[in-house]
Write a protein that binds this ligand. Structure first.
Ligand SMILES: [Zn+2]
Length: 239
């Protein structure tokens, strides 16, 4: 796993290098936004309940949270909120937890023998920090060098957004996208760079609204300096 390298530029460009996310020692979770597992930690019984049953349950719990905070749920403006939030969680912003929503990937023969790198940049994504359940969002840039097959371009966006629609940490999101692209494209030659703003950093806690967090993964040939530089140069090209 030496080729798996994550470089993290976080607050004020403090740089952390990790050779393997799985081996990362975690001193502190929470405000440091570091997590050690590549797989999203799921319960075995995660899909016993249907979406409709989950919405109903979450609606009840969310009503309780609001009431506990002192809100009057009889108010017209608030009465529909528990159901809206529950539906949004299950059907929209966390629907990437359910594997049935995973985009099916169709590969095509690389007929034109395009054997250079393909870069799909500025893929907009919205995710939610799993430590605070508030959004983080930004751009993902992914690249691969074909091993004989090519993928429909919109699939790259769909893969990014599938994994974004989970309670996430940015490091894991990066790894999950890279892993999926490796499997789907049957190549180690994958690069993923994500730049994101975290509302849990800007709107609360340390209240730093100018920092952004960059995570990256370089697999296979992308560890070669020339290839990596070519990729990074594409990212700074004017649109
Ligand atoms: Zn957070």
């Amino acid at each position: 796993m030496k080729q798996q390298e994550i470089m993290l530029n976080t607050l004020h460009n403090k740089e952390i290098r990790m050779n393997d996310l799985d081996e990362l020692e975690v001193d502190e979770l929470g405000n440091d936004h570091v997590s050690s597992a590549t797989e999203t930690p799921m319960r075995e019984s995660a899909f016993i309940l249907s979406d409709e049953q989950k919405i109903k349950k979450i609606e009840g719990y969310f009503r309780e949270i609001m009431e506990t905070l002192g809100l009057n749920l009889n108010d017209d403006s608030l009465s529909g909120t528990p159901h809206r939030v529950a539906k949004m969680y299950v059907k929209e912003i966390f629907n990437g937890l359910n594997p049935v929503n995973k985009p099916s990937v169709k590969l095509f023969d690389n007929k034109y023998q395009y054997n250079q790198m393909l870069v799909e940049k500025d893929i907009t994504f919205y995710s939610n920090c799993e430590h605070h359940f508030v959004p983080f969002f930004g751009k993902a840039h992914v690249a691969y060098i074909s091993s004989g097959k090519v993928i429909g371009l919109s699939k790259l966006n769909r893969i990014v957004n599938y994994y974004a629609k989970r309670p996430q940490v940015q490091e894991r999101l990066t790894m999950q996208i890279a892993k999926e692209l490796k499997n789907a494209l049957n190549t180690e030659d994958i690069a993923v760079v994500i730049e994101a703003s975290h509302l849990c950093v800007s709107s609360r806690g340390i209240k730093d609204d100018s920092s952004s967090t960059i995570t990256s993964f370089y697999g296979g040939k992308f560890n070669e300096e020339q290839i990596k530089t070519e990729f990074l140069n594409y990212l700074i090209l004017k649109k």
